[in-house]
Design a protein around this ligand. Structure first.
Ligand code: PMP
Length: 303
């Protein structure tokens, strides 16, 4: 990972090397953090953050679910994010705001620990490998399922949830797949370790419902919007595992993964084992917005 110069911590921009926490912070022991992953793009009209307001709202929502009161307003967080990008002289970067429970008491009860906020930025290219936006990735269905509803809330982007994601990701990588797809507790398709999933068959675009242990992603939302604009039917519905194997096209979405085509699942070829035409059309529109800065849907915040 490339270091950047400054990290914002509790209201101050400090040197990367000084952005440290104590070993007895609650978060280290119990995963008590909420966070976001945001991208800043270098568009033809200047640097712009994608879905900034939405990410801050989700950070608030995730924190609310865990009864964490963020000691900064949405406006202050927004300004802090922009200040951090500028302090590092980034035109293009990944942004990680993090809210975590710090020191106080080390029992499970989180309420006696402090609440701390940090914002880091760094350079990050394609998430699932080079060239994959065109060639697609090979994935497997994970032997791990997503947490059942009413266990770990999947709408909260919380540190502890990513233990499940780590199991899915490690298993996939150890078997030489780029990513793992998890099913929900009922055996229906849920999502990847850090991406939502779309399945296309006979021209109709399907994606799991928001109650199926998924993080309702902004890239997912953007794709659904673009697809409807382009005249496609989009259905949020239950997707049985076998629907993956007979799909015409499958792709993953996420801030990091953007729109990544899937060329095989469990070694079943998907379509022509390369990016399909609908995936390409959606990708072109998405990438056009973040590359040119033409922003018909008001998704960008220019620095
Ligand atoms: N699901 C999970 C588990 C994720 O970590 C992410 C990445 N934030 C997503 C879906 C995609 O969400 P977004 O498009 O908002 O990045």
């Amino acid at each position: 990972m490339n270091k950047s110069a400054k990290i914002w911590m509790n209201g101050e921009l400090i040197d990367w090397i000084d952005a440290k926490i104590h070993i007895l912070s609650h978060v280290v022991h119990y995963g008590s953090s909420t966070f976001e992953g945001i991208r800043c793009y270098d568009t033809l009209k200047g640097s712009a953050v994608l879905f900034l307001d939405e990410h801050i709202k989700r950070l608030r929502d995730s924190s609310k679910i865990y009864r964490i009161e963020i000691p900064y307003s949405e406006k202050e967080l927004k300004e802090a994010i922009i200040a951090t990008i500028q302090a590092n002289n980034f035109k293009v970067c990944y942004i990680r705001p993090l809210v975590y429970r710090g020191q106080g008491a080390l029992g499970v009860n989180p309420h006696r620990a402090s609440i701390e906020v940090a914002i880091a930025t760094w350079e990050w290219g394609t998430y699932l490998g080079e060239d994959v936006l065109e060639t697609g990735v090979d994935v497997r269905v994970s032997s791990w399922t997503r947490p059942a509803p009413n266990t770990l809330p999947s709408w909260a982007k919380a540190g502890g949830n990513y233990l499940n994601s780590q199991l899915i990701k490690m298993e996939a990588l150890m078997d030489d797949y780029a990513e793992g797809l998890a099913l929900d507790v009922n055996g229906y398709v849920s999502e990847g370790s850090g991406e939502n999933i779309f399945v296309i068959r006979d021209g109709i675009i399907y994606t799991p419902m928001s109650g199926q242990s998924i993080l309702p992603g902004f890239t997912r939302h953007a794709v659904m919007h673009i697809a409807k604009q382009q005249g496609y039917e989009v259905r949020e519905t239950l997707i049985p595992r076998e629907a993956l194997y007979v799909a015409d096209e499958v792709f993953l979405t996420g801030t990091a993964a953007e729109i990544t085509p899937v060329r095989s699942i469990d070694k079943y070829p998907i379509g022509n084992e390369k990016r399909g035409p609908i995936t390409e059309a959606l990708q072109n529109e998405y990438l056009k917005i973040v590359q040119t800065g033409e922003d018909p849907y008001n998704w960008l915040t220019f620095l």
